[in-house]
Design a protein around this ligand. Structure first.
Ligand code: BG6
Length: 463
C-alpha cells in the first residue's frame, strides 16, 4: 500500500470478551449508538468461553442497552441482526477455526481484545495461527502489559502477526470530549501559553474520584490495582496533553510526538512519592483475596524534568469508594507579584477542567473585589460548560476510528512504554496499603505528599 492510500474500512468486528463487564457497560452501548447513527453496518462476532448460542448473546446485549434514552426496537433489531457468536476456549485452535468460518467473506476484520491482560498474547497467537490476522486490525484494551517488560513482550507478540499500523492501543480517556477539549483549549487560546509553565504555575492536581467500589470486577482488579488500572494509562495520558509543548503542527504524528516527549520527561516515581490505600470492605468483595494487598486508592507526586515544568509538582490521585464520582484537573497559578491583596486564604487563581462525568466544563478561578469601602475581595469562578449532550461517547468514537484505521486518539507504543517507566520503580516494591473508610477521601497520609500550604482540591458534587 502506498503511504497516502487509506487502509480499507474494517468489514467485521470481532469482540473477544463478549460476555464481560467492559462489553456490557461500554462496548455494547457504543455499538448500539453507532447503529442509531447508521455508522455500524458490519457483522459483530462476539467471542467468549460460554457455550451459549447467539440468541443468548442478543439477550445480553439487550440488557445492556435497553435502558438507554435512545433505545427503540427498530434500532435494536438492526444491531441484533449484525450479531454472531463463537463460544470456546481462547487456548484452543478450534475456537479460531470456527471464528474464521463465521467471518465468512470478511477480509479486514477488526479484533477487539476486551479481555483480561493475561489473555492478550494467547488470543493474538491463536488468531495468527488461524490466519485471522491478515489485513486485519486489533484493538488491545488497557492496561497494555503489567509492567515495562511485559508491555514490550506483548508488542513483540503483536508484531509477529500484525503490522504496527494495525495495532490500536486503546485508552478511552483519549476519546473523551473533555480530554480533547483540554488540548484544544490550551492551544486555541493565546492567553494560555505564557502562563502554562514553571514560574506561573504553582502545582497541578488531577483527581479521579469514584464513589463506587469494584463491584463484580474483583478478579480483574486484583490483577491491576489503581496504579495500573487508571494512573499508568488514563491519568498519565492526561498529564501528557496538559503538559505538552505546542506540537509543530496539527498532524497526528506531531501531536503524538509532543505528548510522548512529556511522558519521557516524567521522573520515575520513587516510593516516597506514593501513598496507597484500600477501602475497608474491599477484601469482602467477590473475587478478592482475603489478605489482598491491592490498592483501590493511590496518590502520587510526579515531576517532569523539562524546561517548561521543572520543579512544578503534579499531584495525582485516584480511588474507588470516595465521596463522589468526578475527574478534575486543577492547575493552580502562582500568587501575584507583588501580592497587594493577600486577604483571602482560598486557592486563588487557577484553571479547572472537569473531565467527567458528563459535560465538559472549564473554570477560571479569580478574585474580585467585594462591594464596599475596603479593598477586600472574594473568590469567584468564570465558568463555561458545554450544554450539548449529543456527542459520541469515547468508545463509540474510538471503535469508529479504529475501523477506519485512524490512530490519532490511540496510545502509541513509545508512549505506553514511557508511562510504564514512570511507575516501574513501584512495581514489586512492597509499599504499605493503608485502610480508608468508604466515603472518605482516602488515607490521610496522602496529605503529606503535598507541599506546605497546598491542600487536595476536592471536585464539587455538581459542575
Ligand atoms: C476504566 C477502569 O478504564 O476506567 C475503571 O478500568 C474505571 O476502573 C473507568 O472505573 C473509568 O472510566 P470513566 O470513563 O467512567 O471515567
Amino acid at each position: 500500500m502506498s503511504k497516502t492510500a487509506m487502509p480499507p474500512q474494517s468489514d467485521a468486528l470481532v469482540l473477544f470478551g463478549a460476555t464481560g463487564d467492559l462489553a456490557a457497560k461500554k462496548i455494547y452501548p457504543a455499538l448500539y449508538d453507532m447503529t442509531v447513527r447508521g455508522a455500524l453496518r458490519i457483522p459483530v462476532v462476539g467471542v467468549a468461553r460460554d457455550p451459549m448460542d447467539c440468541e443468548t448473546l442478543i439477550q445480553r446485549v439487550r440488557q445492556s442497552v435497553q435502558t438507554r434514552a435512545n433505545f427503540n426496537e427498530t434500532h435494536f433489531a438492526t444491531l441484533a441482526g449484525l450479531l454472531r457468536y463463537v463460544g470456546g476456549d481462547y487456548k484452543t485452535a478450534d475456537t479460531y477455526t470456527r471464528l474464521r468460518h463465521t467471518l465468512g467473506n470478511a477480509r479486514h476484520p477488526l479484533h477487539y481484545l476486551a479481555i483480561p491482560p493475561a489473555m492478550f498474547s494467547v488470543v493474538v497467537e491463536g488468531l495468527g495461527a488461524a490466519a485471522c490476522t491478515r489485513d486485519a486490525r486489533v484493538i488491545v484494551e488497557k492496561p497494555f502489559g503489567r509492567d515495562l517488560h511485559s508491555a514490550q513482550a506483548l508488542s513483540k507478540t503483536l508484531e509477529s502477526v500484525f503490522d504496527e499500523h494495525a495495532v490500536f492501543r486503546i485508552d478511552h480517556y483519549l476519546g473523551k470530549e473533555p480530554v480533547q477539549n483540554l488540548l484544544y483549549f490550551r492551544f486555541a487560546n493565546s492567553f494560555m501559553e505564557p502562563i502554562w509553565r514553571r514560574g506561573r504555575v504553582k502545582s497541578v492536581q488531577i483527581t479521579m474520584a469514584e464513589a463506587f467500589g469494584i463491584g463484580s470486577r474483583g478478579a480483574f482488579y486484583e490483577e491491576v490495582g489503581a496504579l495500573r488500572d487508571v494512573v499508568q494509562n488514563h491519568l498519565l495520558q492526561v498529564v501528557g496533553i496538559l503538559a505538552m509543548d505546542p506540537p509543530e503542527n496539527d498532524s497526528t504524528s506531531a501531536m503524538h510526538a509532543a505528548k510522548i516527549a512529556v511522558l519521557r520527561s516524567a521522573r520515575p516515581l520513587s516510593p516516597a512519592d506514593v501513598v496507597r490505600g484500600q477501602y475497608i470492605g474491599y477484601r469482602d468483595e467477590p473475587g478478592v483475596a482475603t489478605q489482598s494487598q491491592v490498592e483501590t486508592y493511590v496518590a502520587v507526586r510526579l515531576f517532569l524534568d523539562s524546561t517548561r515544568w521543572a520543579g512544578v509538582p503534579f499531584y495525582i490521585r485516584a480511588g474507588k469508594r470516595l465521596p463522589l464520582t468526578a475527574t478534575e484537573v486543577v492547575v493552580q497559578l502562582s500568587d501575584p507579584v507583588p501580592n497587594l491583596f493577600p486577604d483571602l486564604d482560598g486557592i486563588g487563581n487557577y484553571v479547572r477542567f472537569r473531565l467527567g462525568p458528563d459535560r465538559v466544563a472549564i473554570a477560571l478561578g479569580a478574585r474580585v473585589k467585594s462591594p464596599g469601602e475596603k479593598l477586600v475581595g472574594e473568590d469567584v469562578e468564570l465558568f463555561v460548560c458545554n450544554e450539548r449532550d449529543d456527542e459520541a461517547d469515547a468508545y463509540e468514537r474510538l471503535i469508529s476510528d479504529a475501523m477506519k484505521g485512524d490512530h490519532t486518539l490511540f496510545a502509541l507504543r513509545e508512549g505506553v512504554e514511557a508511562s510504564w517507566r514512570v511507575i516501574e520503580p513501584l512495581i514489586d516494591t512492597a509499599l504499605p496499603v493503608l485502610p480508608y473508610a468508604p466515603g472518605s477521601w482516602g488515607p490521610e497520609e496522602a496529605d503529606h505528599l503535598l507541599d506546605d500550604g497546598t491542600r487536595w482540591y476536592a471536585p464539587r458534587v455538581t459542575l
